[in-house]
Design a protein around this ligand. Structure first.
Ligand SMILES: [Zn+2]
Length: 143
């Protein structure tokens, strides 16, 4: 299957529509490594980020086979702390990108279907917590 051309507006149409994403995230348009990106802060110095494969000075994706990347990054150090497999620019890419964002930030607790992971900094270092007040999920980021 050949790759399809994707525009910046295609990304906006999905990400800015909570009904399509099912996510409680506010997106900023930014850039990273010469390509357009969207990111959403999930903690101090941490973003969930989508690298669009659209060059900074253009509005459409490159002709080559560049893929869309979805990751959580430390904006202070640049370190990528979690990443999903690349999304090829083929039919159905929208759903695949959205499901990868969910894979990165959905609360992993089985009985919590709408909580999202956020990152905070505590006495023992950085950790994930859940946006759902009734959920006890906590996971350390320290290695
Ligand atoms: Zn939770």
């Amino acid at each position: 299957m050949g790759s399809i051309s994707i525009s910046l507006q295609d990304f906006r149409d999905i990400l800015y529509n909570p009904e399509k994403t099912g996510l409680d995230l506010y997106w900023n348009e930014t850039q990273n490594g010469g390509e357009r990106a969207f990111h959403s802060e999930i903690g101090e110095d941490f973003v969930v980020e989508i690298l669009t494969s659209i060059p900074v000075k253009e509005y459409y994706s490159r002709q080559e086979n560049d893929a869309i990347r979805t990751q959580i990054r430390n904006t202070e150090t640049g370190e990528i702390i979690e990443a999903e497999p690349h999304t090829k620019r083929t039919q159905g890419w929208e759903e695949r990108v959205v499901s990868k964002i969910h894979a990165l930030i959905d609360c992993p607790e089985e009985d919590d279907s709408d909580g999202e992971k956020r990152i905070s900094n505590g006495e023992y270092g950085r950790y994930y917590f859940c946006t759902n007040d009734n959920c006890d999920f906590i996971q350390s980021l320290s290695k």
